[in-house]
Write a protein that binds this ligand. Structure first.
Ligand code: PLP
Length: 475
């Protein structure tokens, strides 16, 4: 048998790497939350010609650590509020190591019975936690971008099938017109999905939203009433968790309106759908279970290591007609067997089910609920303390985990304060734009963030704001 490494070398490589990862995680709370080394310097470090021959295994992994040092973002840190990012739960990391060490391809159940089985059960657990119909079909994709695309492919194909058009076979050339209605404050990546699906990112009807970015029921009703006919194939895209405000659409009002017009309802719930997993927040997404498909992320709020998005479709047949394929060299699955590749647009891929199964099992229902509730509570506390400071405004109703902060009611002052905060590195928060204004967005979604971080976070933010004001000669 050919061996790249002797048994002893391999043992040392794996154990030393595990030790390095352990050391990193143990000291993570002491590291700056923002990389001190930027992209250009990182590229200079890595940039080298392809080695002409093998390089010692230990040296390769040691180099990877050395070259990355200082150029890593710190989502695993206690005060990480950038984007909406999870913190790689340790059990998920361990499960992911095994998935890689086992070298499993999750494409079909022959290639890895365990990967297919773990994925099937993890999918059922996800649907259970989110309070969605238990018979829904689940596909594991890279992230919510691909999960949205996957669900929207199922939506497109099914609404066209109902009017006699076989889109999976015939494509869209000559197909009946299909309307897509989407909230004015939807996430940018959903438009990428529409673009890739031949539905066009600009051809959609953008439905008006309220001050928090929630779709207006009256505007949806009016938009659906326009156009050639009630029964025109249509897809309505709703949202759980607007990226700046955290607001969820009023599903209990909107979904019946869309269904009355015969539309398919898809929900982008990348992070907001997780409100459903916390009893005290579940009301925020009341009625979402009536939709036809849902996309969410396991790598955001539930802390599964990157990458893991989840596509959920109420009717298994609708997902399968959009995603299945046959290949002579792949054995067909029996009715009680599940090939992961028939639920997403990928064949060969990482066994995401292992890490998802492991993290959900480690947390349990109460652990997930505690995580979501804790983060929402922290977001509310941050908002309250910041709003009390002079010159700081909170622009959203903080019901979930997102806080939109503005400094001195000025784009320039807000951006300068963010730059100062990032320079200090005590926490990470980034800029966004909301209603035409620059904001600092705090997204509380890191597993290492607990209530004790509220004080140090507020102190660091206000110190940066004070420094910016002092530089301007404010009293
Ligand atoms: C993050 C996010 C996405 C995109 O998800 P990825 O996992 O980054 O692909 C889509 N919609 C919303 C609302 C998000 O927050």
């Amino acid at each position: 048998m050919h061996q790249w490494l002797s048994a002893e070398q391999q043992r040392r490589l794996f154990l030393d790497t595990a030790k390095a990862a352990t050391d990193y995680r143990e000291a993570a709370h002491l590291l700056p939350h923002v990389p001190q080394v930027g992209y250009r310097e990182a590229l200079e470090r890595f940039d080298a010609p392809l080695p002409e021959g093998p390089v010692d295994a230990h040296e390769v992994v040691a180099d990877l650590q050395r070259l990355s040092d200082g150029a890593l973002m710190l989502p695993v840190g206690p005060r990480f509020y950038g984007w909406v990012i999870g913190a790689s739960h340790p059990v998920g990391v361990a499960a992911d190591w095994l998935a890689a060490a086992w070298g499993q391809n999750a494409g079909n159940h022959h290639a890895s019975p365990a990967a297919s089985a773990a994925e099937e059960v993890a999918g059922r657990w996800l649907v259970d936690l989110l309070g969605l119909p238990q018979s829904s079909a689940v596909g594991f994709a890279t992230g919510a971008t691909m999960a949205n695309l996957t669900c929207l492919a199922a939506a497109r194909d099914e609404v066209l099938r109902r009017v006699g058009w076989d889109a999976p076979a015939q494509g869209l050339f000559g197909a009946p017109e299909l309307r897509v209605l989407i909230g004015a404050d939807a996430h940018a990546t959903v438009f990428l999905g529409l673009q890739l699906l031949g539905l066009g990112r600009e051809r959609v009807t953008r439905v008006a939203t309220d001050s928090q970015g929630r779709m207006s029921p009256d505007a949806l009703r009016a938009a659906l009433a326009e156009g050639p006919g009630q029964r025109q194939p249509a897809v309505v895209i709703l949202q759980a968790g607007q990226i700046n405000t955290g607001a969820c659409d009023r599903f209990d009002q909107l979904i019946p309106i869309a269904h009355a017009a015969g539309a398919w309802v898809h929900v982008d719930g990348a992070f907001g759908l997780w409100a459903r997993a916390a009893p005290e927040r579940a009301h925020l997404a009341a009625g979402v279970e009536a939709a036809d498909s849902w996309a969410t992320d396991a790598h955001k709020w539930p802390q599964v290591p990157y990458d893991c998005g989840v596509a959920i479709v109420r009717e298994e047949a609708h997902l399968r007609q959009a995603m299945s394929f046959t290949a002579a060299y792949l054995p067909e699955a029996e009715a009680d067997e599940r090939d992961p590749s028939h639920y997403v647009p990928e064949l060969s891929r990482r066994a995401r089910g292992f890490a998802t199964w492991a993290v959900l099992r480690a947390l349990g229902r109460s652990g997930v609920a505690e995580l979501i509730e804790r983060h929402c509570r922290i977001a509310a506390a941050l908002a309250e303390r910041l709003a009390a400071a002079p010159g700081v405004a909170i622009l959203n109703d903080v019901e979930l985990n997102q806080v939109a902060v503005r400094f001195g009611d000025s784009d320039e002052l807000t951006l300068r304060t963010i730059a100062r905060i990032q320079q200090d590195g005590v926490l990470m928060a980034g800029a966004s734009a909301w209603r035409g204004q620059q904001i600092m967005r705090l997204s509380v979604s890191g597993g290492a963030t607990d209530d004790a971080e509220v004080g140090p976070t507020v102190t660091a933010i206000l110190a940066a704001w004070d420094a910016v004001r002092a530089a301007d000669g404010a009293p």
